[in-house]
Design a protein around this ligand. Sequence first.
Ligand SMILES: C[S@@+](CC[C@H](N)C(=O)[O-])C[C@H]1O[C@@H](n2cnc3c(N)ncnc32)[C@H](O)[C@@H]1O
Length: 216
Amino acid sequence: MSTSEGSPTVERVPDSAISVFGDSWPKLEQFAAMLVAEGELRGLIGPRELPRLWTRHLLNSSAVAPFVPEGVAFADIGSGAGFPGIVVAIMRPDLDVHLIEPMERRTTWLEDVSRELSLSNVTVVRARAEELHGAAGYDAVSARAVAALKKLVPWVGPLIAPGGRLVALKGERAAAEVIEAEKMLRKHGLRATSVQEVVVPGTDEPTRIVIAERVG
Ligand SMILES: C[S@@+](CC[C@H](N)C(=O)[O-])C[C@H]1O[C@@H](n2cnc3c(N)ncnc32)[C@H](O)[C@@H]1O
């Protein structure tokens, strides 16, 4: 059954979604249903987001999953309503996923979603990324719509373990943001290895992913 039934404002599930999400489809559909039922009411997503829930948010978030190595400790910074953190946790049960988010309303939501979907690989951490410096280290860290790279790097750099990577979902300015953040990346021992342009089936805009690795 489509999650869009009964609500003309919710985007129809793109045909591609079932193949993109594969085995994780049932939980993904459950997450989408929770967002449709409660997302706006609980102040997690604006009314303009439901008509683009799949293309802009759920499918877009899925682009991160292939860039996270197998079985590692993974953190999503500023998860908000669960993008991309919950989507990655659903798609990648092999990961130990920490969702780092300072706002209580959002952490309560992320905990509710994890419980409802029985996501045993998720830990919700109520904190700003900077508050965890020296106390936490991850092999892969993602962030979407949290801050420009130059501002983001000082927050997330110290959370990346040696040999680990930043996987930042970015828009059209991804390459320009890398240039603007060059000094910051260097200062935090990160080397921007690439800007990947990913076209997720069913979306019309490419997603850009900045990969930066901690050398040594
Ligand atoms: C615009 S929202 C984006 C949410 C989600 N990542 C998305 O793509 O829809 C930015 C989120 O980052 C969180 N945030 C802002 N500064 C942060 C920080 N220093 N550490 C962790 N989270 C932060 C906010 O509370 C908010 O939930």
